[in-house]
Design a protein around this ligand. Sequence first.
Ligand SMILES: Cc1cc2nc3c(=O)[nH]c(=O)nc-3n(C[C@H](O)[C@H](O)[C@H](O)COP(=O)(O)OP(=O)(O)OC[C@H]3O[C@@H](n4cnc5c(N)ncnc54)[C@H](O)[C@@H]3O)c2cc1C
Length: 356
Amino acid sequence: MTVELLHPRTRTDVEQTLRAASEAGTRVSIVGGRRHLDKGNPAEVDAELWTTQLDRVIAYEPAEMLVVVQSGMRCGTLAELLAEHGQEWPADAPLDATVGGVIASASSSSRRLTVGPLRDTVVEMELVTGDGRPVTSGARTVKNVTGYDVHRLMTGSLGTLGVITQVALKVRPLPERAVSVVAQGGLEVAAAIAAGVPRTAGVVATPGEVEVRVEGWAGEVDPIVASIGDLAGSVTILDGVPFPRAPWWTWPDPGTIVEAAVAPSRLARVLDGAIRYAALAGVGLAWIGVSSSDDLASTRARVAAAGGIAPAVRGPGGLGETSLAAPDVHRRLRSSFDPAGILAPGRAWGSDATAR
Ligand SMILES: Cc1cc2nc3c(=O)[nH]c(=O)nc-3n(C[C@H](O)[C@H](O)[C@H](O)COP(=O)(O)OP(=O)(O)OC[C@H]3O[C@@H](n4cnc5c(N)ncnc54)[C@H](O)[C@@H]3O)c2cc1C
C-alpha cells in the first residue's frame, strides 16, 4: 500500500491538511524524527504527516528561561541554541528526535529525579485537532493560568489527539559539573543509593552495574559522590559522558523491549529472571528485553501482578492488555479531538482500530 507523505510548513497548512483528511477519511500518522514509532498498537494509515519542516525558533528569552519553538525542531538544534546561553531543555533525547515527538511520547529524561517530568517543562502549546481546528493551551508564564490543561493531555498522546505545532518550554541552567558514578551491583545497590543519597539526578541499574548521575555546582558534586562511595564501595567516576552511557534505544539487536512502569518498591519483582534490562531506581521504570512471545507474556504477567503496565516500545507487542481507567472519558476525548477517527486509529490504549 502506498502511504502519502505530507510536509506542512505552517500551522495553517496543518489545519487544511487535517480538515481535508477528516473529510476524506484519510488515516494519518504524525511523524517527527521516527525514532519512537513502535510505541503504541500498530496503526495502519494512508498518509504520514511529517512535522520536520515546522522547525523555527519563535522566541527565546534566556533571562526568562523560556524558549518557544515549532514542534518539528530537532532536539540537537535546540540543544545547541540553548547551550550558547548556558541552558538546556532536559529531555536527553537523540539529536535527530523532534521536540514534538519527545512530548507526544512523554519521554522524560533519565535525570528526572532532578529535572522532573517532561510534561512540567511544557507551559504553552499550539496544536491542531484531527479535524483541523487550532487550539492554544497554557501561557508563556510559569504562573498558573485558567482553562483546561490540554497541553498536559497532549503529552504522551502518541499522535492520536492532534498535531502539536508549537510549544513554549521552560529551560534550565546547564549544570556547572556533571559526572557519572559507576558502581558494581544490581537493583538492590541502586535502590539503596536512590533512597539514601540525596540529590542524585538519576540512578540506572543494569545487570551487574549501577550508574548514577550527579550534577550541579562544582562544589556540590564531590560530597554526593563520596556518599555514593560510602554506600556502594569502590566506584569509577566518569566526566563528560552522556547519561546513561548506553540508553536502551541504542542497544544492538534489541528485539522486543517493553517499558515496565510500577511502584519503585516493586521493580525487583518485575526484573526477577530478566537477562537484559535497564531500570530507573526511585522512579519505577524499567526497559526489559524479551526474547519470545512467551517471554513477553510472562514479563507482562509479572508487571501486572506488581500493579503496573508494560507496553512494547521497540519491536512487536503493542501496548498489551490492561484495564483502562475511565474508558468513556478516553473515548469522549478522542471523539471530540478527532471526530472522524483518522489519527493513527488503534494506536492508543482503548482505541478502536476500525473506528473511522
Ligand atoms: C522513556 C523513554 C523512551 C524512549 N524511547 C525511545 C525509542 O524507542 N527510540 C529512540 O530512538 N529514542 C527513544 N527515546 C529517546 C527520545 O525521547 C525519543 O527518541 C523521542 O521521543 C522520539 O522523537 P521523534 O521525533 O523521533 O518521535 P517519533 O518517533 O517521530 O514519534 C513518536 C510519537 O509521537 C507522535 N508525534 C510525533 N510528533 C508529533 C507532533 N508534533 N504532534 C503530535 N504527535 C506527534 C508520533 O505519532 C508517535 O506516536 C526514549 C526516551 C525515553 C526517556
